[in-house]
Design a protein around this ligand. Structure first.
Ligand code: ATP
Length: 242
C-alpha cells in the first residue's frame, strides 16, 4: 500500500545547529517503522521535525498525499498525527480523566462526541477507567504510558509517533506496551513510527527499520532482512562523532 507519511531530504536542528541531514523515510498504513541509532544519532530531532515542532531547513514532508512541510504542529494533529514524546507523557497532578479532557482541546469535536472519545479510551485501556479520578502521577509507569498513548489517540490519528515508549519501564511492562503498539498496527491499521533503545525488542515488532547515525540515514530496509542485527550493531559500536 502507498505510504501515509513520506519524508524526503529532511534537514533540521536547533537554531544554527543542524542535527539531521538529508533524512528520507516513508511509513505505510498498518506497519511499524522503527528509527534506530545510538544516543545522539538524531532520532528525536527527526520525529520532532516531522511533527512540526522543529523548523525544517530543507526537504519535504508529505502526509496522506498533502505537502505539510510548513503546516504548524497543531494543524498536523488535526490532520491525523499522534505524537507521544519522551518525558512529556502526562500531567501528573491532574486526574487521568482531566488528562484525557485536556487532550481533546483543539480537536473541534462536539460535546457528545467528546464523551464518545473518552469512552473509546476507557474501552481500550480499562485500567484508565478504573483510575480515572486519580492523579495521573499515582499511576504506574506503564499505566502512565498507556494514558499518554490514549491521549495521542483521541484525534483518531492515522500516524502515531512514539519516542521511546518503554523508557524507564520494567521488562514485563515493556512487553505490554509493545503489545499495545502491535495492536494499534494490527487491529486499528495505524502507521507507527517508533523510536526505541532496546534493539531486539524493536526488531521483534517492527516491519521496517531506518538506522540513523550522526544525523544521516545509514540503512533502511525490512526488519526481517538477514544480517540486519549486525548492521545495527556496527552502527551502535562505531566510534562516537568528534
Ligand atoms: P537519544 O537516544 O539520546 O535520545 P537521539 O538519537 O534521539 O538520542 P537527538 O535527541 O535527536 O538524538 O539529539 C541529536 C543531537 O542534537 C545531539 O547531539 C543533541 O545533543 C542535540 N540536541 C538535542 N536537543 C537539543 C537542543 N534542544 N538544543 C541543541 N541541541 C540539541
Amino acid at each position: 500500500m502507498s505510504s501515509i507519511l513520506e519524508v524526503t531530504g529532511l534537514t533540521s536542528g536547533y537554531g544554527d545547529l543542524t542535527v539531521v541531514r538529508d533524512v528520507s523515510l516513508s511509513v505505510a498504513p498498518a506497519t511499524i517503522t522503527a528509527v534506530l541509532g545510538r544516543n545522539g544519532a538524531g532520532k528525536t530531532t527527526t520525529l520532532k521535525a516531522i511533527a512540526g515542532l522543529l523548523p525544517v531547513g530543507s526537504g519535504e514532508i508529505t502526509f496522506k498525499g498533502e505537502l505539510i512541510t510548513k503546516v504548524p504542529a497543531y494543524r498536523r494533529r488535526a490532520l491525523g498525527f499522534g505524537f507521544v514524546q519522551e518525558n512529556k507523557r502526562v500531567f501528573k497532578r491532574r486526574s487521568v480523566e482531566e488528562n484525557l479532557i485536556m487532550g481533546l482541546y483543539g480537536l473541534g469535536v462536539k460535546r457528545r462526541e467528546e464523551e464518545e472519545r473518552l469512552e473509546e479510551a476507557y474501552t481500550r485501556f480499562p485500567i484508565l477507567k478504573e483510575r480515572r479520578k486519580l492523579p495521573a502521577g499515582f499511576l504506574s509507569g506503564g499505566q502512565q504510558q498507556m494514558l499518554a498513548i490514549a491521549v495521542s489517540l483521541l484525534n483518531h490519528p492515522s500516524l502515531l509517533m512514539l519516542d521511546e515508549p518503554s523508557s524507564g519501564l520494567a521488562p514485563s511492562i515493556v512487553a505490554e506496551v509493545m503489545q499495545t503498539v502491535q495492536g494499534l498496527r494490527d487491529v486499528d491499521g495505524l502507521a507507527v513510527l517508533l523510536i526505541e533503545q532496546a534493539v531486539d525488542t524493536t526488531l521483534a515488532v517492527a516491519d521496517h527499520v531506518v538506522l540513523l547515525d550522526v544525523g544521516r540515514v545509514v540503512h533502511s530496509g525490512p526488519a526481517d532482512q538477514p544480517g540486519l542485527r549486525k548492521i545495527v550493531e556496527a552502527a551502535y559500536m562505531a566510534a562516537p562523532a568528534a
